[in-house]
Design a protein around this ligand. Structure first.
Ligand SMILES: Cc1ncc(COP(=O)(O)O)c(C=O)c1O
Length: 297
């Protein structure tokens, strides 16, 4: 599924490094670390009339990633929230909106990878667009396993939501070429980590299971679902899971802020069962909880 271009986004204002600029003028410097080294952290946020889903958790992850990468002059939550509010207000957005929030290490005094060349603090980008959810719940998605492994902490810890995303991009290209919607990424040992853009769960014999967060992004929606299962006395566990276990599950679904919950109907050409009663139950539970997860701007 390809996200469509929405002409409503032609004249949006984008916040870049302290300024609100029209789309055509919104640019970062060629000296910015994101251009030089893919050196940035990001979040995808969804806006509803009630507010932004899990707002504080997203900002925490952004700030913690930036701290782990030793960024200097990381903006405070209040500063980030102010920039987001200004951007949404400038665009008249309060629903059906996706925000790509990026914090880069900032501009360098000359090209290079040495972080000592960064002498003017971080650069915050708030790109808010009118956007539908990424996947269609009623159709579900088909996934194919990629030859590219998801990074483990020995290389680059997947707990940092960073812009060094080429392994995910290549995996997605493999899925595109094969005519699939998404790529299943395994960890270094061959256990399933996640899809290239969402976390994975399976249901087997009444228990929900999801891979440990060793090699996947510990998604905020993933945690929301784990909490939801616990609150509703649905057995749930984190463990090492293989492709074979996913293929033979009673249901497989993907979770993420921008797709919420999406069934995975096929993996590597094998059809996966779909326990529709369970799927609809948990979708309803999630939708009931959603307004409570939204935090005001
Ligand atoms: C690789 C990857 N996995 C999972 C997710 C879902 O995470 P979240 O639920 O926090 O949106 C994302 C979202 O950006 C992602 O990039």
């Amino acid at each position: 599924m390809l996200q469509e271009y929405n002409p409503k986004n032609e004249n949006i204002f984008i916040y870049v490094g302290g300024e609100l600029l029209p789309r055509k003028k919104a640019k970062v410097s060629v000296f910015d670390s994101i251009v030089q080294n893919g050196d940035g952290v990001w979040e995808g946020l969804r806006v509803y009339p009630e507010g932004i889903v899990c707002y504080d958790k997203h900002l925490n992850r952004l700030q913690e990633g930036a701290h782990a990468l030793a960024y200097e002059e990381i903006p405070t939550k209040e500063e980030i929230k102010k920039a987001i509010k200004e951007t949404l207000d400038a665009n008249g957005m309060n629903t059906d909106t996706h925000i790509r929030l990026t914090l880069t290490r900032g501009e360098k005094v000359t090209s290079g990878m040495d972080s000592r060349l960064n002498q003017s603090g971080c650069c915050l980008i708030v790109l808010a667009e009118w956007k539908k959810k990424v996947y269609d719940f009623s159709k579900g998605i088909k996934a194919i396993s990629s030859s590219i492994r998801r990074s483990i902490p020995a290389f680059l810890d997947s707990k940092i939501h960073h812009n060094n995303m080429l392994s995910l991009v290549i995996a997605k290209i493999q899925a595109n070429i094969s005519g699939y919607d998404a790529a299943v990424m395994l960890d270094d040992r061959g256990f399933v980590a996640e899809l290239n853009d969402t976390n994975l769960f399976l249901l087997k014999d009444g228990t929900v299971q999801t891979p440990y967060a060793h090699a996947c992004l510990p998604g905020i929606t993933r945690q929301t679902f784990i909490d939801l299962f616990k609150e509703n006395k649905i057995p749930v566990e984190e463990r090492d899971l293989t492709l074979v276990e996913f293929i033979n599950a009673d249901l497989v679904f993907a979770t993420g802020t921008n797709g919420e919950i999406t069934p995975v109907t096929e993996m590597d050409g094998r059809e996966i069962k779909c326990n529709i009663k369970f799927l609809e139950r948990i979708k309803n539970l999630f939708e009931l909880k959603l307004p409570k997860l939204c935090e005001p701007l």
